[in-house]
Design a protein around this ligand. Structure first.
Ligand code: ADP
Ligand code: MG
Length: 216
């Protein structure tokens, strides 16, 4: 991941969130307070604006700025939570064109930071349920020396599955946990937005002009 790809990722997240805002808000209305789509939309459009005036030295700078903006501009719990993921990942990301192993390590550090901040673990019915398998998929892809396109496609698949796995769970963290057993049977909105973020990463990686191409 280089500066251009990091920027393209954040821009594409903002577009995808805007397009999917109503679904995210509806999911949050079922087991929360119905603001997740708006929170994410506000945060990522602010991030895109902030990036317009940033001259980043590394892809990590792009992610750090995104995280800082999410923390300062989103009122809901998801702002500081996603903010810490992006900030921590950005600080960890190697300079230059970071490879699959670097990205796996950076997002792994982001995962650890959000688990610590929200004291959540896999199975609590949060964004962690999508983020953790996505990071695992990236690490596995790094071990088998996959290219970024293949690795991010696997991560997107894993994040989707992880998000779906929240449906039968009872929430143990966040607002949804106030509902107790009534949170069962609903997709967690934060896990759904994490799945979207990884789907978008796979799309921008596939469209990256610097990516290696198979065939002739
Ligand atoms: P709020 O809950 O403040 O209204 P949002 O609706 O924007 O904020 O975000 C809700 C999402 O945040 C949840 O669906 C869940 O994925 C995530 N979340 C909430 N609390 C935690 C936590 N302690 N750890 C990890 N993720 C959490
Ligand atoms: Mg909410």
């Amino acid at each position: 991941m280089d500066i251009d790809l990091a920027r393209a990722w954040v821009r594409a997240i903002a577009e995808a969130i805007e397009a999917d805002k109503e679904r995210l808000t509806r999911l949050d209305a079922e087991i929360g307070d119905g603001d997740h789509g708006n929170n994410m939309d506000r945060g990522f459009s602010a991030a895109v604006q902030a990036l317009d005036t940033l001259t980043p030295g590394t892809a990590g700078d792009v992610l750090v700025k995104t995280g800082t903006t999410l923390i300062s501009r989103v009122g809901g719990a998801s702002g500081p939570l996603y903010g810490t993921v992006f900030r921590t990942a950005g600080k960890r990301l190697a300079a230059g064109d970071a490879g699959v192993a670097d990205l796996a390590a950076a997002l792994g550090a982001g995962l650890d930071s959000v688990c610590k901040l929200g004291s959540a673990q896999v199975g609590d019915k949060t964004m962690v349920d999508a983020l953790s398998p996505a990071v695992d998929a990236l690490s596995t892809a790094a071990d088998s020396e996959s290219d970024l396109g293949t690795a991010t496609a696997a991560a997107a698949e894993a994040a989707d599955k992880g998000a779906q796995s929240t449906v039968p769970l009872q929430a143990r963290k966040g607002r949804a946990s106030y509902l107790g057993p009534r949170s069962v049977g609903h997709l967690d909105p934060g896990a759904a937005s994490t799945a979207l973020i990884f789907r978008v990463l796979a799309n921008v990686a596939a469209a990256d002009p610097d990516a290696p191409r198979g065939g002739a």
